[in-house]
Design a protein around this ligand. Structure first.
Ligand code: ADP
Length: 162
């Protein structure tokens, strides 16, 4: 069974992330979505909330496991017996950082490959950061995230403002 690990912050999961997970399942038998705490990114949602949101959005898609992960990614990949790291590439601007990460990871663990997938064009401009910005300014989120994620985002932003 070929297993891919899709790591990220997922603060929160967007249609772009979900699109990459669905596409990954055309290549891998199983996808493990590994949610990192990433406190340096000052996430809007805590780890448990982010895990729960990925689970909720992906609940009807088989062969997706959602798990927390901390520490060195390649060690986690090796430990878990997965075959590759999955990353999404939205635009050329993602490339430089992703290329650097992939090469560092290969240096650290020779047998761990990174597989890049491109989302559908309609999601290629989406990022969790932009969606949080739209939410902050009261814009409609319906094209970007699952309705329940939109509700939680709006509620979080309301509670921060009050
Ligand atoms: P990280 O903190 O690792 O960048 P993110 O949750 O922002 O975590 O992203 C996880 C992965 O998903 C990254 O490879 C990122 O490029 C990819 N990704 C995020 N949004 C999209 C999107 N709209 N389309 C394709 N890939 C995406």
């Amino acid at each position: 069974m070929k297993i891919g690990i899709y790591p990220g912050t997922f603060d929160p999961i967007t249609h772009g992330h979900a699109d990459i997970i669905t596409r990954s399942l055309r290549v891998f038998d199983k996808v493990v979505v590994a949610v990192a705490p990433n406190p340096s990114k000052h996430p809007l949602f805590n780890l448990a909330e982010r895990l729960d949101m990925v689970q909720l959005v992906m609940k009807d898609v088989g062969q997706v496991e959602v798990t927390p992960f901390d520490g060195l990614l390649v060690s986690y990949v090796e430990r878990s017996g997965a075959h590759a790291i999955i990353r999404g590439l939205r635009a050329i601007s993602d490339f430089e950082h992703e290329f650097q990460m992939a090469l560092i990871n290969r240096k650290l663990a020779k047998t761990v490959e990174t597989v890049f997938l491109m989302p559908s064009e309609e999601y290629s401009y989406l990022s969790s950061t932009i969606i949080k910005d739209v939410a902050q300014h009261g814009g409609s989120l319906s094209d970007f995230v699952h309705p329940e994620i939109a509700r939680r985002l709006q509620a979080r932003i309301r509670s921060l403002k009050s």
